[in-house]
Design a protein around this ligand. Structure first.
Ligand code: ADP
Ligand code: MG
Length: 584
C-alpha cells in the first residue's frame, strides 16, 4: 500500500502525534485480540488477499489456524466446531469467490442452528459502492444477509471489539446460527493507540443466556404427558447441542417414556438403551398419542408432523425449543415449551415426582417387541461376509468398530451410505454422530472430520459415499498435513446411488456413474497418508480397526457391489418422476 494512502487512512481514524512515543495497534491485532478475549482458540480458513497476514499473525498470537484447500470445507469445519463446543466456530476467507464458497457453509450452519462466524475480507467500500470494478469487487454484506442469522460490517478499527462481540452474541444466543462479519481490507492496517485499542475490546458476558419456561407452560405439558396412553419423546440435534445430557437422561429414565433420536441426537442416550424406540420408528410415530419434541423440528425429516408416517390416530405435540416462532410451524403445538433445553428439562424433571406414573406397560411392550423383531430381522444381513460387499455387510463391520470405540466420532454422508449407516451403526455417547443434517447436504464430510478431530482430539471415522466424498475430497491433503486421526472409508460403488447407469445413446458414461474401479486409497498415499483397498467385510473391519488404533490419516477404499444401492437412498420419493414415456 502506498505511503500517501496509508497516511490518509490513518488520518481518517486517529490523529497520531508523530512526536509522541506512542504504542500502536492495528486492525489485524484488534481482530485477533477480540477473538482471543472471547475464548476463540481456533480459526478455520483459506488464506489469500486481504487476510493472509491475519492468519499468520493469529498463529503467532497462539490461535490455532487450520488452512484448508477450499472455503466450503473450512466453513463446514467451523460450523461443526460450533455444534460440538457451543462456541461459534470461526471461518476466515478472502473476498468475493472465497466469501461465496464459505457462504454455502454459513447458510448450512444457519439452517442447522450451528453457531458460526464467517469472517471475510472485502474490497474497498468506496469502489464497491460506486461499482468501479475493484479486485474481487462484491457487496458481500448485502449478499450474506438473507443467508444467515445476522451480518455486520466494521469500518473503523475502534469498532472491531463491538463488531466481534455482536457477531459472537448473535451466533450463540437464542437459536444458534451463522453470522457474517465483513472486514474491508483497509480496516486491517488502520492504526490506533494501543491502550485505546485494548479498551475498545468487549468480552461477551453470558453469551447464551438461559431462558426459563413459564410455570404455566410446564403445567400444560405435564398435564398432557400424564394423560397420555402412548407417549413418545423425540430428541433432535438441538438436544445434543444443548449439552444437557444428564438432565435429558434423567427425564427419559424417570418418566419411562420411549424415546426416538433424530440422526445427530443418536447417542444422547445410547442406541442400545432399553427405552430406545429407534428400531421401531414407524410404529412409534404412527401409534404415539402425545409426542414431546426436544430440540427437533417438525420439518421434512419428520414428515411435517402429518401424513402416512404419523398414521391416522389423533396426536398432540409438546415442543421444547428456544425459538418461539418454531411453534405451530407445521401442525398445532398443544403445549409449547419455549426455553433452553437444559432449563426446560430441569423444570420437567422437578415434576416427575411421586405422583408420576410410568406409561402404560402395553405401549412400552409394543415398542419393545417391534424393536426386537426388527433387530433380529436385520442381524443376519449384517453378518454376511459377502464379496462384493453390499451396504449391510460393510456397515455390519463398521457397527462393531464403533461399538468397540464408543468415544470415536462418526461423520457420515452419502445416499444409501448415509441412510443405512444411520440405522445400522449404534451410537453410544452424545455428539458422536455428525452428518448431512437439515438440508441432507453432500459435501460436509472432510470439513466435519477435520473440525471434529481438531476440536475433540478423538479419533474420527468418516463413512462416505464415493459421490459425497468427491465434494470435499481434496481435504485429504489437509488431514495429512495436520496429521489428524481421521479414518475415511469410501463406500465405492462406482457412482451416485448405484454404479450401473448407461447413456442410452451410447455416447458418454451414464450421468450418475464414475470411473469404475477407482482407487481412492491412492489419493491418500499421494500425501503421505495410509491407503488401503478392501473387498470383504472382514478386511474392512481389520483395516478400520488398525487405522483407528494407529491414529494415522488413512483412507480405505471399500468396494461395494455397484448394483447394491437404491435411487436416492431412503428419500427416492422426493425425486420427481417424468410423466413422459421413455423413448425406446
Ligand atoms: P433434528 O434435525 O435433529 O430434528 P432440528 O435441527 O430440526 O433437529 O431442530 C433443532 C432445534 O433445536 C431448533 O429448532 C433449535 O431452535 C433448537 N435448539 C437449539 N439449541 C437449543 C437450546 N439450547 N435450547 C432449546 N432449543 C434449542
Ligand atoms: Mg456411490
Amino acid at each position: 500500500m502506498a505511503t500517501a494512502e496509508k497516511t490518509k487512512i490513518e488520518d481518517n481514524v486517529v490523529h497520531l502525534d508523530p512526536a509522541a512515543e506512542q504504542e500502536l495497534t492495528d486492525g489485524f491485532h484488534l481482530v485477533i485480540d477480540a477473538l482471543k478475549l472471547n475464548g476463540i482458540e481456533t480459526i478455520y480458513g483459506v488464506p489469500g488477499i486481504p487476510i493472509t497476514d491475519l492468519g499468520r499473525m493469529a498463529q503467532e498470537e497462539g490461535i490455532r489456524v487450520i488452512s484448508f484447500r477450499h472455503e466450503q470445507n473450512a466453513g463446514n469445519a467451523a460450523a461443526i466446531a460450533g455444534f460440538l463446543t457451543k462456541k461459534p466456530g470461526v471461518c476466515l476467507t478472502v473476498s468475493a469467490p472465497g466469501f461465496l464458497n464459505g457462504l454455502t457453509a454459513l447458510a448450512n450452519a444457519t439452517t442447522n442452528c450451528f453457531p458460526m462466524i464467517l469472517i471475510s475480507g472485502s474490497s474497498e467500500r468506496e469502489i464497491v459502492d460506486l461499482q468501479q470494478g475493484d479486485y474481487e469487487e462484491m457487496d458481500q454484506l448485502a449478499i450474506a444477509k438473507p443467508l444467515c442469522k445476522a451480518a455486520f460490517r466494521v469500518l473503523h478499527a475502534a469498532d472491531i471489539g463491538i463488531g466481534v462481540a455482536r457477531a459472537i452474541r448473535a451466533a450463540v444466543s437464542g437459536r444458534p446460527g451463522g453470522v457474517y462479519l465483513d472486514l474491508p481490507a483497509k480496516l486491517f492496517s488502520q492504526a490506533m493507540d494501543a491502550e485505546a485499542g485494548a479498551k475498545s475490546l468487549v468480552k461477551v458476558i453470558d453469551p447464551a443466556p438461559a431462558q426459563l419456561p413459564s410455570p404455566a407452560a410446564v403445567d400444560r405439558a405435564i398435564e398432557l404427558l400424564k394423560g397420555a396412553k402412548k407417549p413418545l419423546v423425540i430428541l433432535g440435534k438441538g438436544a445434543a447441542y444443548a449439552q444437557a445430557d444428564e438432565e435429558i437422561r434423567a427425564f427419559v429414565e424417570n418418566s419411562g417414556i420411549p424415546f426416538l433420536p433424530m440422526s445427530m441426537a443418536k447417542g444422547l442416550l445410547p442406541d442400545t438403551h432399553p427405552q430406545s424406540a429407534g428400531a421401531a420408528r414407524s410404529t412409534a410415530l404412527k401409534d404415539a398419542d402425545v409426542v414431546l419434541l426436544v430440540g427437533a423440528r417438525l420439518n421434512w425429516l419428520l414428515s411435517h408432523g402429518k401424513g402416512k408416517t404419523w398414521g391416522d390416530k389423533p396426536k398432540q405435540f409438546i415442543q421444547v425449543d428456544i425459538e418461539p416462532k418454531e411453534m405451530d410451524s407445521n401442525v398445532e403445538i398443544a403445549a409449547p415449551l419455549v426455553g433452553d433445553i437444559g432449563s426446560v428439562i430441569a423444570a420437567l424433571n422437578a415434576r416427575i415426582d411421586g405422583s408420576w406414573q410410568a406409561p402404560p406397560a402395553e405401549w412400552v411392550e409394543t415398542i419393545r417387541s417391534k424393536k426386537d423383531a426388527n433387530i433380529a430381522k436385520m442381524a443376519p444381513k449384517l453378518l454376511k461376509n459377502s464379496v462384493p460387499m453390499d451396504f449391510h455387510s460393510a456397515l455390519g463391520a463398521l457397527k462393531n468398530v464403533i461399538k468397540e470405540r464408543p468415544d470415536a466420532i462418526l461423520v457420515n454422508e452419502g445416499a444409501n451410505t448415509l441412510d443405512l449407516a444411520r440405522g445400522i451403526i449404534d451410537m453410544h455417547q452424545p455428539r458422536k454422530r455428525l452428518d448431512v443434517g437439515t438440508w441432507g447436504v453432500m459435501g460436509i464430510g472432510m470439513g466435519f472430520a477435520v473440525g471434529a478431530a481438531v476440536e475433540t482430539g478423538k479419533p474420527v471415522l468418516a463413512v462416505e459415499g464415493d459421490s459425497a466424498f468427491g465434494f470435499s475430497g481434496m481435504e485429504v491433503e489437509t488431514i495429512c498435513r495436520y496429521g489428524l486421526p481421521v479414518t475415511i472409508v469410501i463406500f465405492n460403488n462406482n457412482g451416485i446411488y448405484r454404479g450401473t447407469d448407461t447413456d442410452p445413446t451410447g455416447r458418454d458414461p451414464g450421468t450418475t456413474v464414475f470411473v469404475p474401479g477407482a482407487r481412492y486409497d491412492k489419493m491418500m498415499e499421494a500425501f503421505g497418508g495410509v491407503g488401503v483397498h478392501v473387498t470383504s467385510p472382514d478386511e474392512l473391519y481389520r483395516a478400520v480397526s488398525a487405522a483407528m488404533d494407529s491414529g494415522k490419516p488413512t483412507l480405505i477404499n471399500a468396494v461395494i457391489d455397484p448394483a447394491a444401492g437404491s435411487e436416492s437412498g431412503n428419500i427416492g420419493s422426493l425425486n420427481p418422476q417424468s410423466v413422459v414415456k421413455k423413448k425406446k
